[in-house]
Ligand binder design. Structure first.
Ligand SMILES: [Cu+2]
Length: 456
């Protein structure tokens, strides 16, 4: 989790981590950022005013204003990303990080993006969702040749529509996106009062398949990923989203994985106020607590943070809130292993029975191979969280300063408001008729070949 120190060092790196100024006359500086800490939003130093976003475990790319054009410099390159403390990955990204930095512009801005390719193969950048001249769309072979290794291309267009966008390669996509090449793009409304919120968080959903003990994603994996991440971070490596009580909060999410993710917020109701295509008209919005984000989609949700506390925010596919695991582990709940483990241990030293009381790893200390994460982990004020992957916490607090995003620690519950053990007398608990005994003794995984044709 982020603390004050990592915020400060993250902010310092933005200023100090620049490449040499040689050549700056022709190309804008390629700012780099080497930490995975969330950088608090930075007010625009020039150009039209806007309310900056907060990139979860990321940062916003500074620009150079030249003759009224916002010039950015992206460098596509291999990077080392810390997925969570204890695990790093060799990814491909932009300007020192995967995902690349967020690009923030204002509706009507003329934008020029230089893209330098430091990868061993050609690449391109597609500006997902933008209205732009066809030749700026970044589709290798269709609208431009690939950017060869070692070369710099330039893209230029007017950011016509306010909204939520992404960027990613359209060149050897399977490999390059599986390696982490992607970034967020926000075009702010020309009128900063339009769609204004107090806190505006952005991140991408991404996924990797990295075998325990190794560092590089397996890029041929189609669906069976083992690391489900927000901005290439897995819980407990994902920073909390810290908000002030009664803030209007927006969270913008883009999905560049191979499957959909129903993201779920606890303790509040939200509305989807923006999609890939722009803003949702107020009359077309409805309240919900989970919204599904399909592959290639972006969604902006908004809510009033009026309930103080530490509220879980996560993908609702339960295997997406876990880290690297063996998928071939059978369900063992209710199976009595007594005696079996010792017999197997004679053959396989170190064998461990898993899951006979459910899957919780809370009390279990297993040796892990080098460079991987526990499957379910994270510790809260009440013990183990049994979570990983696409999970974080929205921390709603009173009395925070306007630009204060540092982790306030765990919520202090008012006395008498936490679920607790009941030690008084119990009312009679009726049992379901025919309920099985507490310890079922027969296997339940019965499958018969004829069953599928049974109902004709
Ligand atoms: Cu998911």
């Amino acid at each position: 989790m982020t603390n004050r120190r990592s915020f400060l060092s993250g902010a310092a790196l933005i200023g100090a981590g620049m490449v040499s100024k040689v050549g700056a006359a022709s190309l804008p500086e390629a700012h780099v950022h080497s930490s995975a800490a969330t950088v608090p939003p930075v007010a625009p130093p020039n150009g039209r005013p806007y309310n900056p976003v907060v990139t979860l475990n990321g940062w916003t790319l500074p620009w150079r204003m030249k003759d009224g054009v916002k010039e950015f410099h992206l460098v596509a390159e291999p990077v080392v990303r810390e997925i969570a403390p204890g695990m790093t990955a060799n990814l491909w990204g932009y300007n020192g990080q995967s995902p690349g930095p967020t690009i923030e512009v204002v509706e009507g801005d003329r934008v020029r993006v230089f893209v330098t390719n430091k990868l061993p193969e050609h690449t391109s950048v597609h500006w997902h969702g933008q209205r732009l001249p066809n030749g700026m769309d970044g589709v290798t072979g269709l609208t431009q040749p690939g950017i060869p290794s070692g070369k710099t291309f330039v893209y230029e267009f007017v950011a016509r529509n306010a909204g939520t966008f992404m960027y990613h390669p359209h060149a050897d996509e399977m490999a390059q996106m599986a390696m982490g090449m992607m970034g967020f793009w926000v075009t702010h409304p020309r009128d900063p009062k339009l769609h204004a919120v107090d806190r505006d968080f952005v991140f991408l959903l991404n996924a990797y398949d990295i075998d325990p003990g190794s560092y590089t994603p397996k890029i041929n994996t189609m669906t069976d990923f083992n690391l489900w991440t927000f901005n290439s971070r897995a819980f407990p490596g994902i920073d909390p989203m810290v908000v002030r009580k009664n803030d209007r909060v927006r969270i913008r999410v883009g999905n560049l994985t191979m499957t959909n993710h129903p993201v779920h917020l606890h303790g509040h109701t939200f509305e989807v106020t923006g999609t890939d295509g722009g803003w949702v008209r107020p009359a077309a919005r409805w309240p919900e607590v989970t919204t599904d984000i399909a592959v290639g989609q972006m969604r902006a949700i908004e809510f009033i943070a009026d309930e103080p506390g530490d509220w879980a925010f996560h993908c609702h596919k339960s295997h997406h809130t876990m880290n690297a695991m063996g998928h071939s582990v059978p369900t063992m709940i209710g199976v009595d292993h007594s005696g079996v483990a010792q017999k197997i241990n004679d053959l396989v030293p170190g064998y461990m029975v898993m899951g006979d009381k459910g899957g919780s790893m809370g009390g279990m200390q297993m040796p892990l191979p080098e460079n991987t994460l526990p499957m379910m982990t994270g510790t809260g004020p009440f013990g183990g969280l049994d979570m990983g992957g696409m999970f974080t916490v929205v921390k709603v607090r009173e009395g925070l300063a306007r630009n204060d995003y540092k982790d306030p620690g765990w919520y202090q519950h008012p006395q008498g408001t936490v679920a607790h053990e009941w030690t008084g007398e119990l009312p009679a608990a009726p049992r379901a008729p025919g309920a099985p005994p507490a310890q079922p003794s027969t296997p339940v995984d019965v499958k018969r070949d004829g069953d599928m044709h049974h109902h004709h």
